[in-house]
Design a protein around this ligand. Sequence first.
Ligand SMILES: Nc1ncnc2c1ncn2[C@@H]1O[C@H](COP(=O)(O)OP(=O)(O)O)[C@@H](O)[C@H]1O
Ligand SMILES: [Mg+2]
Length: 584
Amino acid sequence: MLARFRPYYHYLRPVRVRFIAGICLGVLAGGASSAGISWMIKQVFQPFFEAAGGTRLETYDLLARLALVPLVFGVRCIAQFLNSYLVAYCGTVVLEGLRKDLFGKFQRLPLGYFQKSKSGELLARAVSDAQQAQLTLTSSASDIVVLPATFLGGIGYIVYIAIKEPGAGMFLLGLTSIPLAVLPIKIIGKNLYRRAKQAFEANGEISEILRENLSAAREVRAFALEQREQARFAASVRRFFAQQMKVNKYAFSLSPLIEFLTGIGIAIALFMAYRAGSPWSSVISMLPALYFCADAMRRMGKMQTELTRGTAALDRLEQVLHEPEPIADPAEPKTLGHARGAIEFRNVSFAYGGTATDEIVLQNLSVDIPAGSIVALVGKSGMGKSTFANLVPRFYDVTSGAVFVDGIDIRELRQADLRANVAIVSQDSFLFNDTIYNNLLLGRPGATRADVEQAARDAYAHDFIAGLPQGYDTIVGERGASVSGGQRQRIALARAFLRNAPILILDEATSALDSDSEAAIQKALQKLVVGRTVLMIAHRFSTLRDANLVLVFDRGQIVARGPHAEVYRSSPLYRGLYDQQQIA
Ligand SMILES: Nc1ncnc2c1ncn2[C@@H]1O[C@H](COP(=O)(O)OP(=O)(O)O)[C@@H](O)[C@H]1O
Ligand SMILES: [Mg+2]
């Protein structure tokens, strides 16, 4: 069972001294509990209450024996405290490492992963599964030494007495019933594992529904979905309840069962001692030893529960941690530096799943885009325009064919190098929960204050930012001031100005705007596109005439290409789309 956790021991490396110290102290605490206390009782009780003829002890002897009582308890308490503290310390270090690795994994996973899996489940993994794994490690790492030490200490003491005192040996016979308690641990443990896993999944489902509901608060009201959502949530919560209670049933029945069986064992042992006429102080001192043995057994049962929970959590964590990362940097990347910005698609086909059965989204496209050209991608929605653009920063890998930037296959570049050459403004830009200034700075970390403000001016964002209560230091996003869609787009454009990348992707950057913002943004865009290779997916067609090249997308293929005037003449599809826009 412990082998299951072996791949995670490396998290303990930086704290191994503390960990080993904690474990050793655990052995001490365990021994001091069972063997220590029993021995102490014998040392005190025998001369105190069994001395022949009622002889009194010397004062010195009396005090020394009395001092044993706090001494044994003191050692036990201190060892126990240090053991718990040190092991908990190490456990928290493990949690930290696990969380960092998981978060790092999230950063590297292909984008497709986040659309495919439910983000509520990912959240559950990042939070509760990591915590469960830590809990298991902390409690089990301590228990796994303390409990056997306690148990062995107790048994050791009993054997010692049994050998030393004739008659007490019978006592041992009665103890043979205790190992029976191991049986229920095995049976219940197996069931528990399965149930714990199901309960985790039910829990992930709850988070998912909650997340979805919260992010769609507006739609829920608009479509009057409150009842439906409540029913959905209630059903999910109920499923969790059922699963959780099954876990509880198994988890909570284990300890009482073991305790009960141990009770029977003790009764039999006492009977044997009575038959053998053992001395009173021996029997009485064996009782704590027995109690501690039984308690250790009971808690080993609990530990089994804990290990099972931990294993279920790890299984789920590993689903993420072991997810392949298909987009990796090459071993010997080529260097790109500041690219000129020529883009070539050569026989590119693409399907989101990457397998033959998945729907082909782009079909054998070849396009040559000279550096500095403005390319308009046109077509009805769902025809593959965004997909085409997303292949340039290598958000996805082509299924076949290749994409080149400045003549280099982008798979031969470091992703960071490639992406430093691409700026993207999409329909709804994300602002982090931070100051406007820091949000702008994302465009080019290391830019000066003057650069940032200049970029904001270029994007017609400076005036509204300066008008905010704290100016550039205003917090935006969830906790801060809300900005309108148009203002947000202008912040995104300012970022693109700062980034100063040779390749610019505008994916319906202006489609969600009021006309005031749009006018400002169009002006900003005209400045921004100068000297760059631009892939422009325009919702409105007012900028089309500026394009050097229009690519008309239809069902994953480019059905017409050329300058606006030429395509307008040759492609009925384009003419239809264009004319429709002009009237609207
Ligand atoms: N992340 C994704 N996973 C799976 N399919 C997707 C994904 N994004 C888009 N698609 C599908 O790919 C096709 C092209 O989409 P897209 O490139 O977004 O079209 P456009 O930008 O022209 O509207 C559509 O059928 C769409 O459903
Ligand atoms: Mg799109």
